[in-house]
Design a protein around this ligand. Structure first.
Ligand code: GCV
Length: 825
């Protein structure tokens, strides 16, 4: 019934636009589909729409599909804007009301021929309709009596890329920039065009191409023609080019001695610069601005406000129809951590709420979804409810900075849905976030969704094939936030991996549970991601949040943990919400468990609504999370032969890596909490690893024990490293019962070279591997800690197990421990 064989050798480059051939049986239901695609428009976007439909139908149905510019006496698929269709006298009946990017898929009879029609207000809408139709066919939907209109929920659906001009991407995890290299726009922009196609397929209509920590050089005269080439690559897909800009540009590159936004010379400079950009790129989208944040220049240098800065630039953009997204991510990162009333979470509201009504109509305040910074769980930013006379956009992070950096599976749509659906109860009315940012609640002229995407040169765009579901989901939610996470991931899976029921149900279940899994082992109860916040934001590093000015405090001490943000005794942050939301969070009785530690400082023995104590919940969550991550491997393995070999293997490797790293997380956080609180795990797991052989206790040749910092980054805080020797070994005797075992070697894979390991049992080599993963550290620590699993090893009591490590460059082939478990398979 389903396509017998998946397409061989897929790389993931086509993402969800694979158009894999349908089986003859599947294709049968589309046998009456016309094979002529008539497009009346001649814009670049109309031509893309026509070509895309021809390509998709041809590839999926294996039929000869061709394009035409006018109707002949035959059935056809007709593409056109309503005005083009009118002028061709196409019978339209009563078209639905369509907004700018909306489309209508329907049938019409022309000279007794049944024609399928994709109609829209704009050529971009036609293109979106084409993708909509192709998606239905890929998912084997019945299109015989199609009559459906679709409208985007918000007008501005943008992605931001944090690409630096040198080609490095800040918080990018999939290779270098597809746009820039060596301070210039790349000569070959093929990938930029392909990216625009992907974006268009989910309705994204703008892309700011450079880092919000913007390099002023992007506005230099000689850079603008380069940007124009990028706009050319985007244009056929209806994606507007936009740019992040630095407020100090008039001074940094403009020859002025000030960048005071209220200085007339500065205003003039922006006017001239913007005019110059629009001469080169007439459909330029606008700017994104990060100012007075994390060391960026800002209006505060001149005693001016964000509204002064945003409006000065907005006025230069307005005559051209451009917009500026001004980011509300403004906070002091030198807060005094000793002052219990200080709270970074308050910053956006404290700064922007008083400015409500002071921003021009082409300014959109871009607000991160939570008040801190894309932690694994945060409440909704109260600022969404605090700006009733200002355009707002929600900023969601597609790139998994704090959620596993595309090495861990973490599908974010369930989290985004909770945020978008959250009812802020402004003026005691139903005011969900999605309606506020769409401009519907406060009747604003503009509003939007912004996703920080950070795709890179990796063939499959995001490194982890399953991570692309986040980019897809962002686009789908920006188009229609009423869609459920289940619907979105079902669509994505069918488009990406085909319609086999086992593949669809396995992948959708993995994706849907993955956020909770990740939350469980990295930061449950709303404590924030307990990662190394002063390092790469990746592995566990719970102490790094404390005793510094960054304000990502969890305030864990001997007795308890959590930030007191109450109105009564804490920082007062809760007071930034409406009274009904305040009531939800202020008291321990109502505050949901999953955000408890975000809002309250409680003793470890505090009993949660679920009946567990905080400390036991923490232990259990970490063990549950690590187990779930482990199950993803076995679930995925069941799909072998149902997924093309390359994507199957690549994902399997990542899931195995994740399962190992989840254990690193579990042990680091549980050990740390156990040490801090002195409270034992009811289930006796924490600190007791009876199957574990510590490397420092083995018989060492060449290897030297070292202390690892922080202590929780390695088992018992120690590892062994091979320095100054060609090869080292660590040996121990197995003392268990005879049987088949799985050997787990916990080693470190820092990114300063590639070491090699070999495992021998009684002198026979049973495995060898290279430690050459690209992990975000040069150090022997929790970011580099990695697990190698060697199944099916027969062991007898007294068997000698030896690990040989060969350093490579600066990588000292460091080992943490070995675990031996019965192999049940
Ligand atoms: C682009 C966090 C990230 C930074 C990022 C910043 C922002 O602090 O760690 O890399 O900078 O957010 O959103 O501006």
């Amino acid at each position: 019934m389903f396509a017998a064989k998946p397409t061989p050798a897929e790389t993931g480059a086509e993402a969800w636009l694979r158009y894999a051939p349908l089986s003859p049986e599947q294709a049968k239901q589309y046998s009456t589909l016309p094979t002529t695609v008539v497009a009346f428009g001649d814009s670049a976007v109309s031509i893309s729409a026509q070509n895309e439909l021809i390509r998709g139908l041809h590839d999926m149905l294996g039929r000869d599909v061709h394009g035409a510019r006018s109707l002949a006496s035959e059935s056809a698929i007709i593409l056109g804007t309503l005005s083009e269709l009118h002028s061709q006298n196409i019978p339209l009946g009563k078209p639905p009301a369509l907004s700018k990017d909306g489309y209508w898929l329907t049938h019409t009879m022309i000279s007794r021929h049944d024609c399928l029609m994709i109609a829209a207000q704009s050529d971009r809408g036609v293109l979106y309709g084409v993708f909509g139709l192709l998606s239905k066919i890929t998912r084997l939907q019945d299109i015989r009596s199609l009559d459906q209109a679709q409208q985007p929920y918000v007008p501005l659906r943008w992605v931001n890329q944090w690409d630096n001009l040198d080609g490095h991407i800040e918080r990018g995890y999939a290779g270098p920039s597809i746009f820039f290299a060596d301070g210039k726009v790349r000569d070959d922009l093929t990938r930029a065009g392909q990216y625009a196609r992907l974006l268009a397929s989910v309705g994204i209509n703008g892309c700011a191409v450079n880092n919000v920590n913007a390099n002023p050089n992007a506005l230099k005269d000689d850079f603008i023609p380069q940007l124009a080439r990028m706009a050319d690559a985007f244009r056929p897909w209806g994606v507007q080019l936009a740019l992040s800009v630095d407020l100090s540009s008039p001074k940094a590159i403009g020859g002025l001695d000030t960048f005071d936004p209220l200085d007339p010379a500065v205003g003039e400079w922006w006017n001239r610069k913007v005019d110059q950009i629009y001469r080169a790129i007439p459909d330029f989208g606008g700017f994104v601005m990060k100012a007075d944040s994390e060391g960026r220049a800002g209006p505060a240098s001149y005693g001016r406000t964000p509204a002064d800065a945003a409006n000065a630039i907005a006025r230069a953009l307005a005559p051209h129809g451009g917009v500026i997204f001004y980011r509300a991510f403004v906070y002091d990162h030198h807060l005094d951590w000793r002052n219990l009333k200080n709270d970074r979470a308050r910053a956006a509201y404290d700064i922007f709420h008083p400015l409500d009504g002071k921003f021009d109509d082409n300014v959109i305040v871009q607000i991160k979804h939570g008040p801190i910074d894309f932690q694994v769980r945060e409440p909704v930013s109260p600022l969404f409810g605090g700006l009733t006379q200002t355009n707002e956009a929600i900023e969601l992070q597609i790139t998994q900075e704090y959620t596993g950096q595309q090495r861990h599976l973490c599908f974010l749509a369930p989290m985004w849905k909770e945020i978008l659906d959250f009812d802020l109860r402004v003026s005691d009315q139903h005011t969900p976030v999605k309606e506020i940012v769409a401009g519907k609640v406060f009747h604003r002229p503009a509003g939007g969704f912004v996703g920080v995407a950070n795709v890179g040169m990796d063939t499959n765009w995001m490194h982890h094939s399953l991570a692309l579901a986040n980019l897809f989901a962002f686009g789908r939610l920006a188009w229609n936030p009423e869609l459920s996470a289940e619907t979105i991931v079902d669509e994505w899976t069918r488009l990406t991996f085909g319609n086999d029921p086992q593949v669809v149900s396995t992948i959708t279940q993995m994706q849907l549970s993955s956020w909770h899994t990740y939350e469980n082992y990295t930061g449950p109860l709303g404590v924030g991601t307990l990662t190394n916040i002063v390092g790469p934001h990746y592995g566990p590093g719970p102490e790094s949040s404390e005793r510094n000015g960054w304000g990502q405090w969890h305030r864990a001490d001997k007795k308890g943990m959590g930030m007191d943000r109450t109105i009564a005794t804490g920082t007062g942050y809760i007071g930034q919400y409406s009274p009904q939301v305040q009531k939800l969070y202020e008291g321990l009785t109502d505050c949901p468990d999953n955000l408890l530690l975000f809002f309250h400082h409680v003793p470890y023995t505090h009993e949660l609504h679920c009946g567990k104590t905080v400390i036991q919940f923490m232990y259990d969550a970490h063990y549950d999370g690590a187990e779930s991550a482990h199950r993803y491997v076995t679930e995925w393995e069941k799909l072998d032969s149902k997924i093309d070999p390359q994507r199957y293997r690549d994902v399997l490797l990542l899931l195995k890596y994740q399962a190992g790293h989840a254990i690193v997380w579990r042990d680091a956080i549980c050990d740390w909490l156990n040490r801090l609180s002195g409270i034992a795990d009811d289930k006796g797991r924490v600190g007791h690893h009876s199957d574990r052989f510590e490397a420092e206790d083995m018989e060492l040749r060449g290897y030297v024990p070292v202390n690892v910092t922080p202590i929780e980054a390695a088992s018992r805080g120690k590892a062994v490293t091979c320095q100054g020797a060609q090869q080292c070994s660590a040996k121990f005797q197995f003392k268990g019962q005879p049987g088949r075992y799985q050997i787990e070697v916990q080693y470190f894979d820092p990114n300063d070279g590639s070491s090699r390991f070999a495992l021998e049992v009684d002198g026979h080599k049973v495995d060898e591997w290279l430690a050459d993963n690209d992990l975000p550290t040069k150090n022997v620590d929790a970011d580099s800690s990695t697990r190698r699993t060697i199944p099916g090893i027969a062991l007898k009591p007294g068997a000698e197990i030896e690990i040989d490590g060969t350093p490579g460059d600066e990588d000292p082939a460091a080992l943490d421990y070995v675990e031996i478990h019965a192999d049940s398979r």
